[in-house]
Design a protein around this ligand. Structure first.
Ligand code: CA
Length: 256
C-alpha cells in the first residue's frame, strides 16, 4: 500500500514522508508518533529557541526559514499545527496561509509577529489564522495557546475536500460532483485526490506515477494517460465545465 496519498489521512502522509526520507537519506526513516509542528521563522536564534523549547515539551518540530519552503512543507505533509512568522523572506506569512487555505489545508496556524497593530491582527484572523502571538512572548504563553488549539481536536472538514463542485471524502473513499456520486476505482480516487490537493499546479506524469502508483515513470508506459482519460470520462464528460486539463508535453492540471 505504499505511496498512497489520501487527503487528511495520517497513514497516507506518513507513508509519503517515509518515502521522502528514505530517498533523501538512503536509509529507512523512522516516523515518530506524536504531535508534529512546523515552525516557519527566518531568525535562526528564534527558530532554534522555539524548536528546543517545543522538543523539551514532547513536540516534534520541523523548521523552515522562509515562506516558500514553509508553504511547500505545510502543503505536502501533515502537521498538527503551524507556527508562522509574518515577516519572512521569499513569501510572507499572509501569503503562506492564504495559499494553504486555498489548497484546502485546514492546519491550525498561530502567527508570530513583532507587529502588534490591530489591522495586522485582524488580517491574520481573517485569512484563517487560529491565534496570534506578539513578539516578544513568554514561551509558556505559546505552549498554552498550542494546547488550547490542539485540544479542539482535528478540524472536522479535514476528511472532506470540497472544491469546484467536487466533494471527496477520504474516509469513505466516496466522491461526488454536483451532488452525484462518482463511481471511481481506488486508483481513480487516489488520482482525483492528488489533483484536488494541488489545484492550479501542473502535475507531471512522473509525479503522478510516483504518487499514485509508487513507480518510476517510464516513457514506454501510458498508465497515467489511460487512467486520467478514464477519470475524466467520469468527472468531466457529463459536465460542461471541465476540471482536468492537459498541459501539452508536461502533464495535467486541475482547475476551474
Ligand atoms: Ca521574521
Amino acid at each position: 500500500m505504499s505511496g498512497i496519498i489520501v487527503p487528511g489521512s495520517r497513514a497516507g502522509s506518513a507513508e509519503m514522508l517515509l518515502k521522502l526520507a528514505e530517498r533523501k537519506s538512503g536509509q529507512i526513516g523512522v516516523m515518530i508518533a506524536g504531535v508534529r509542528l512546523l515552525v516557519v521563522e527566518d531568525e535562526p536564534k528564534s527558530a532554534a529557541y522555539l524548536c528546543k523549547g517545543l522538543s523539551e515539551h514532547g513536540y516534534v518540530a520541523d523548521t523552515a526559514n522562509n515562506g516558500e519552503d514553509g508553504l511547500f512543507m505545510a502543503k505536502n505533509s501533515e502537521y498538527d499545527l503551524l507556527i508562522l512568522d509574518v515577516m519572512l523572506p521569499r513569501r510572507d506569512g499572509w501569503s503562506v496561509i492564504s495559499d494553504l487555505r486555498r489548497a484546502g489545508k485546514q492546519t491550525p496556524v498561530i502567527f508570530l509577529t513583532a507587529r502588534d497593530a490591530v489591522p495586522d491582527r485582524v488580517k491574520g484572523l481573517e485569512l484563517g489564522a487560529d491565534d496570534y502571538l506578539i513578539k516578544p512572548f513568554a514561551f509558556s504563553e505559546l505552549l498554552a495557546r498550542i494546547r488550547t488549539i490542539l485540544r479542539r481536536g482535528p478540524v472536522q472538514q479535514s476528511d472532506i475536500f470540497r472544491i469546484a463542485g467536487l466533494e471527496l471524502d477520504s474516509k469513505s473513499h466516496k466522491a461526488f460532483r454536483a451532488g452525484k456520486r462518482l463511481d471511481l476505482t481506488p486508483k481513480e480516487f487516489l488520482l482525483l485526490a492528488l489533483f484536488v490537493r494541488h489545484p492550479g499546479e501542473v502535475l507531471s506524469r512522473t509525479l503522478i506515477a510516483d504518487q499514485v502508483w509508487d513507480m518510476n515513470f517510464d516513457c514506454g508506459t501510458n498508465v497515467v494517460d489511460v487512467h486520467v482519460r478514464r477519470l475524466r470520462s467520469k468527472v468531466d464528460d457529463p459536465f460542461e465545465r471541465k476540471l482536468i486539463h492537459t498541459v501539452r508535453g508536461v502533464g495535467y492540471v486541475f482547475e476551474e
